[in-house]
Design a protein around this ligand. Structure first.
Ligand code: PAF
Length: 283
């Protein structure tokens, strides 16, 4: 069983012992309610460093008004049991005042820049400022050599990598591919909110991405996904777009592009789901 640590003092003691022993540390930041997607992150982390820390913290700053902060699933005991057969050394589960001693309402947030205003950022204002702020604070607490994130949250991953580079944090950011259920739906803690009917309808999202992977260019891929989802029962599209993986900006000249990240957000009932797929063209 990994040890659960709640305070900075306990974490720093262990971190210091590891540092003295010359051991490297990988951090897997999470908001808990762990599933097989998180296990894949943990498994990758175990190959990258001597020690693995999983943080579990439901970050108030990344939830907007009317979002699911209060009802976001919290299940520390189940999460601890879920990680029992892994190589995780520590679960760092701080209280809000450990991460935001000044109070979350007045904590200065990091600026997620122009890309932070697009897509998820447009639909969830302030979301990425909250994500970057908490990730930076978790980095400061844990002081990892490497941090591991899932590709399902492609825009988040892009922004965290950009932050790490811009601030010269010296922390290697490693991405792990999306883990899917047998029917293709990307694993997410929010899938737990889906009713059986919505869960069934949500399959349209990975199916549309799969169909679009045969498109000849990014704009056609976007059209294919949009058409498929707009006619899918129970699905309401928020955005579909093809972005340049290097900039996360919309692909401009569709014919000239060799790679594009096809990104989608849609609601199945009241549950907002995101997914993406990296597409290759003309090869
Ligand atoms: O992807 C998540 O679970 C969260 O956004 C993260 C990175 C743990 C920050 O709260």
């Amino acid at each position: 069983m990994p040890a659960i640590i709640h305070t900075l003092g306990d974490l720093e003691g262990i971190r210091e012992a590891w540092r003295s022993a010359g051991e490297s540390v990988a951090l897997v930041p999470t908001m808990g309610s762990l599933h097989e997607g998180h296990k894949a992150l943990v498994a990758e982390a175990g190959t990258l460093a001597d020690r693995v820390v999983v943080s579990i913290f439901v970050n108030p700053l990344q939830f907007g008004a009317g979002e699911d902060f209060e009802k976001y699933p919290r299940s520390l005991a189940e999460d601890e049991a879920f990680l029992a057969d892994t190589t995780v050394d520590i679960i760092f589960a701080p209280d809000v005042d450990v991460v935001y001693p000044e109070g979350p309402e007045v904590a200065p947030t990091l600026d997620a820049g122009a890309v932070g205003e697009l897509y998820e950022g447009a639909s969830r204002p302030g979301h990425f400022a909250g994500v970057l702020t908490v990730v930076k604070r978790l980095f400061d607490c844990v002081n990892p050599d490497v941090a591991v994130f899932g590709r399902k949250d492609a825009q988040q991953l892009f922004l965290i990598e950009s932050m790490s580079n811009a601030m010269k944090l010296g922390i290697r950011i490693v991405e792990v591919g999306t883990v899917r259920d047998a029917d293709g739906l990307a694993l997410s803690s929010r899938n737990a909110y889906l009713s059986p009917t919505e869960r069934d309808q949500a399959r349209a999202i990975p199916e549309a991405l799969e169909t679009a992977s045969h498109a000849d260019n990014p704009h056609e891929a976007v059209r294919v996904v949009r058409q498929a989802l707009e006619s899918a029962p129970g699905i309401v599209v928020d955005y579909v777009d093809a972005v340049d993986p290097d900039t996360f900006l919309p692909v401009f000249d569709s014919e000239m592009v060799q790679h594009a990240h096809l990104i989608v957000a849609a609601n199945a009932g009241s549950v907002r789901l995101i997914d993406n797929r990296l597409l290759h063209f003309g090869q």
